[in-house]
Design a protein around this ligand. Structure first.
Ligand SMILES: Nc1ncnc2c1ncn2[C@@H]1O[C@H](COP(=O)(O)OP(=O)(O)OP(=O)(O)O)[C@@H](O)[C@H]1O
Ligand SMILES: [Mg+2]
Length: 259
């Protein structure tokens, strides 16, 4: 796989706080644990959540003197696109996967890497507030009435990519922070997503459930996959680990180690 360059996975949504960084970290660590060579670039130079998470992880490994599979990681170093391209080439060297976390706002680098992506993951929370960026629904019936600007932007990125090298982008909308309450709203958002998926051409996959542990692990940089390092975990965390594995497998990534 490395001979053709790494598979690019971009986590993007112009809406803030939808779970890009959390999902990106878990996917990156999960792939590294499966034996893949993984590197990450954090394009959110202000918040640097992914960078800081992995920095915390490296510090925990050193402090406890344990081996924690950790992807290579860097934050955006310079502001020019030329320099970003150089960073991409350098970080991607010999890697199976190169992941990008992007800011929750319109950003030129995020647009650029979206065009370069092989897999584009857009996490959204099960809410019509998040849905609004990709589609509009009727106020009474909740039927999809219109495609929104972000879906159009991704459409353009795909068209551009197809013109550039004939490759297609697998656009995956990931439903983050699902929970059992508000079942009716969840169902409505689900139906609207399915309807829009057909029109715009994305896939919908289940993401992470709403769990406090996803917020708690940041200071240590650990993930639910780090068995043996987390202390005593309840059974709900076993279910969480399961959903994490299901998420990674739903991305349909080809692991060189499987080949
Ligand atoms: N499944 C989850 N369960 C509980 N908390 C979550 C979950 N996913 C994300 N969070 C929390 O929600 C907040 C936003 O998540 P995150 O930082 O991953 O979003 P983001 O899309 O990267 O945000 P931004 O656009 O600001 O970069 C964080 O506090 C994170 O810990
Ligand atoms: Mg983020």
């Amino acid at each position: 796989m490395a001979a053709q360059g790494p598979h690019h996975i971009v986590f993007a949504n112009e809406k803030g706080g939808t779970g890009k960084s959390t999902t990106a970290v878990h996917v990156a660590v999960g792939l590294a644990m499966q034996g893949a060579k993984v590197a990450c670039i954090d394009l959110d130079s202000r918040q640097r959540t992914l960078f800081r998470y992995l920095e915390n992880r490296a510090a925990t490994a050193a402090r406890r003197d344990v081996d924690l599979p950790t992807p290579l990681f860097e934050a955006l170093e310079q502001d020019s696109q030329d320099e970003l391209e150089q960073q991409i080439a350098r970080m991607g060297e010999g890697m199976d996967f190169l992941l990008f976390d992007t800011p929750g706002r319109d950003d030129p680098h995020a647009r650029f890497v979206a065009t370069m992506s092989d897999t584009l993951v857009t996490p959204i929370n099960d809410s019509f507030v998040d849905f609004d960026l990709i589609g509009k629904v009727d106020a009474e019936s909740f039927e999809v009435t219109k495609i929104s600007f972000y879906a159009e932007l991704i459409w353009e990125a795909r068209t551009k990519r197809a013109r550039q090298d004939g490759k297609s982008i697998d656009w995956v909308v990931l439903r983050n922070r699902m929970h059992n309450m508000e079942a009716r709203n969840q169902q409505r958002v689900g139906s609207a997503l399915d309807a829009l998926a057909k029109r715009v051409g994305f896939r919908v996959i289940p993401g992470l459930s709403e769990r406090v542990i996803y917020r708690e692990l940041f200071p240590s940089g650990l993930t639910l996959l780090d068995k043996g390092h987390l202390g005593q975990l309840g059974t709900s965390h076993i279910a969480a680990r399961q959903e994490l594995r299901a998420l990674i497998s739903a991305l349909h990534l080809k692991l060189a180690v499987d080949a």
